[in-house]
Design a protein around this ligand. Structure first.
Ligand SMILES: *[C@@H]1O[C@H](CO)[C@@H](O)[C@H](O)[C@H]1NC(C)=O
Ligand SMILES: *[C@@H]1O[C@H](CO)[C@@H](O)[C@H](O)[C@H]1NC(C)=O
Ligand SMILES: *[C@@H]1O[C@H](CO)[C@@H](O)[C@H](O)[C@H]1NC(C)=O
Ligand SMILES: *[C@@H]1O[C@H](CO)[C@@H](O)[C@H](O)[C@H]1NC(C)=O
Ligand SMILES: *[C@@H]1O[C@H](CO)[C@@H](O)[C@H](O)[C@H]1NC(C)=O
Length: 594
């Protein structure tokens, strides 16, 4: 008997050699080109079609050999101990007998098999974006997550609609030539030239039309509300009624939407790096940057407190002045770089500016490198900054069939979710200029934040949208986490959103960076473990300190730090090690990908 043809069985699209680089806790970034920054060292995942005409890598998995099914049929995939499955769900839940979608799932399994008395079920993850792959997140961090949370749970990653290995896949720019052409012409900053905002507005008008012509049907089924239904379906496919979840950045839009739609199906829900959903669903994207300057100030002060900081000055203000001078000089005097016969380019203002902003997602770890690179730029040498940016002429070279990865244009997926979710945005260029003038009063980084522009040209609306109210008497209290200096999800939003949910608690982490994992905090790790294991919530108003320094302050000795760690119990020391490891591997999700 032949099966009716469903979406996931359509022949592979021509974008056969594209790959997705690892994206974690992302509140979409606006600056194309630099989005590869964090990914440079991360695992690279090939597309499911990669084996059609390129050598199969040892670490790939042929998702398309796996037949989707309504029950979870786990098979071994990638390396031990991962297992993968494709769950068949309705493309549109209002038409349960209509076309199907297949959600790609990966699990880092519990020590105990499903059904064992100690097994505690799946914890689902979303890495943010929108557009990030949960499969990539759990492949990269599942082992480390399990160490923090406990091996009674399965760590389960899934690719949201349209994304990664979930089908149907959303791709607008479907040839290498198109991707490269877009990436080279697209203005990276709203202010990079006098006509940059007008060009962005124009490019997104074109993209909105292309998306409608080429991918309207897929884009219409990528909404957060539909993915929330998928999360319930995944939970039920595990034989359970209540969701266990940890979502970062855009993943908080998903977790909060789910909890408002299905308050009776909330088991444990952590939303970490919280977005203001009313702002998100309006398509405005204009209150994300409230704490960005505070985040930068934290970096500058840390630099002033440490003579090891490459741009060290007596006060944070003076470090800021030095930084401004380096960038101002680049505006008129960009530096040519050649690191090899085929790797060359210009280190300019836009590159440095973008790097400053991206670094704010995870100042610990990033800023020592960024300031070292900028100290070299100050001396007229751009090599380090060039290397960090990941912009390489060779990475665009077409070696068709060789398997060399080709980056896709990540903003298209971000737009497909965020803009199809949003109210229709009809901002003309004059209004757009006003929009950014207003934002510039809120933050000095307004020029990096382009997501609202994406939505000005978007035409496709999702078949199902949920845009409020964001309230619920949830069957278990939710845990909201916010950092005191998060560049794109201000603590304010966590406090605001928590008010709608019964007995929800906000845990504040006193650290810079995007999402709690941007820093290491033993205190936060303990609360997360206790929440999943015992359902214990922190007391209202709890603030966790982190253990990190961006630059090691002069008045802190290595011996002093060692003494403090020595005083910890063995269990705490182990948790601290696991938390450090997790945080160091964590790529903060980029909200909107700039
Ligand atoms: C763009 O640059 C101008 C001039 O420096 C500045 O006044 C304006 O605030 C900037 N706009 C944004 C959105 O940053
Ligand atoms: C939650 O429960 C309270 C008390 O029963 C009720 O007043 C309120 O309307 C409920 N809220 C929601 C969103 O259901
Ligand atoms: C959970 O509760 C048990 C019993 O009270 C306790 O022994 C254990 O330490 C708690 N675990 C966490 C992570 O708080
Ligand atoms: C180091 O200096 C900072 C800022 O002056 C201060 O807050 C901190 O308590 C000092 N730490 C130690 C260990 O003295
Ligand atoms: C984190 O995960 C990696 C593999 O993904 C593993 O090598 C490492 O040991 C893990 N760290 C901890 C503390 O478990």
């Amino acid at each position: 008997m032949s099966k009716p043809i469903d979406f996931y069985e359509l022949p592979p699209k021509p974008h056969a050699k594209r790959s997705r680089l690892l994206q974690h806790c992302v509140l979409a970034l606006g600056i194309i080109g630099l989005w590869k920054l964090y990914s440079a060292s991360g695992p690279v995942e090939l597309s499911p079609h990669a084996n059609l005409d390129v050598p199969v890598r040892a670490d790939t998995f042929d998702w398309f050999k796996l037949l989707p099914s309504e029950t979870l049929e786990w098979v071994r995939c990638y390396q031990e101990p991962f297992q993968c499955a494709r769950l068949e769900v309705p493309l549109d839940y209002a038409k349960p007998h209509g076309q199907k979608a297949a959600v790609a799932l990966i699990k880092y399994p519990s020590k105990y098999p499903a059904g064992h008395e100690k097994w505690r079920g799946p914890i689902l993850f979303n890495p943010g974006g929108p557009g990030g792959s949960g499969v990539s997140l759990v492949r990269g961090l599942g082992a480390n997550m399990s160490k923090i949370i406990g091996d009674e749970f399965d760590m389960v990653g899934f690719d949201p609609r349209g994304i990664g290995h979930t089908t149907p896949q959303f791709v607008v720019l479907n040839t290498q030539a198109e991707v490269v052409t877009w990436s080279l012409q697209y203005p990276p900053l709203i202010n990079s030239t006098d006509d940059a905002l007008a060009k962005l507005h124009g490019y997104w008008k074109i993209m909105g039309e292309l998306a409608e012509e080429r991918q309207a049907h897929t884009a219409a089924h990528m909404s957060t509300a539909i993915v929330a239904r998928d999360m319930l379906a995944i939970t039920k496919a595990h034989g359970r009624e209540k969701l266990q979840y940890w979502g970062f950045s855009y993943g908080t839009v998903l977790g909060i939407t789910y909890s408002a739609m299905f308050p009776d199906n909330v088991g444990r829900v952590i939303v970490d790096g919280v977005v203001d959903l009313e702002n998100y669903y309006s398509g405005a994207w204009d209150n994300n940057l409230m704490d960005t300057d505070k985040d930068l100030a934290t970096v500058l002060d840390s630099c002033a407190a440490s003579s090891t900081c490459p741009l060290h000055e007596a006060t944070g203000k003076l470090v800021g002045k030095r930084l401004d001078a380096i960038l101002a000089r680049l505006k008129t005097d960009p530096i040519p770089v050649r690191t090899s016969s085929s790797d060359y380019g210009m280190v300019d203002f836009v590159l440095a500016r973008a790097l400053l902003f991206v670094g704010l997602y995870k100042p610990v770890g990033m800023y020592p490198l960024i300031f070292a690179a900028l100290a070299e730029v100050e001396k007229g040498n751009g090599d380090l900054l060039w290397a960090m940016s990941g912009v390489k002429s060779s990475s665009w070279r077409c070696e068709c069939g060789s398997g060399e990865e080709l980056a896709l244009f990540p903003a298209e997926t971000t737009a497909a979710v965020a803009c199809s979710d949003a109210d229709v945005v009809r901002t003309d260029l004059t209004q757009l200029k006003q929009h950014y003038a207003n934002m510039a009063r809120l933050s000095s980084f307004a020029d990096t934040w382009g997501i609202h522009v994406y939505c000005t040209g978007w035409k496709v609306r999702a078949v199902e949208r949920y845009n409020g109210p964001f309230v619920g008497n949830t069957s278990f209290p939710m845990l909201f986490i916010g950092n005191t200096a998060d560049p794109v999800t201000p603590l304010w939003a966590a406090k605001k959103m928590s008010k709608g949910f019964k007995d929800a608690v906000v845990l504040t982490q006193n650290s810079p960076g995007h999402c709690s994992l941007a820093a290491t905090s033993l205190c936060t790790s303990k609360y997360i473990r206790a929440y999943f294991q015992n359902g214990t919530l922190p007391a209202a108003g709890t603030v966790c300190e982190d253990e990190d320094e961006i630059f090691m302050p002069d008045n802190v000795t290595v011996n002093g730090v060692a003494r403090e760690i020595g005083m910890l119990s063995a269990e705490d020391r182990e948790l601290l090690d696991a938390a450090r490891d997790l945080s160091s591997r964590f790529e903060p999700p980029r909200l909107g990908f700039f």
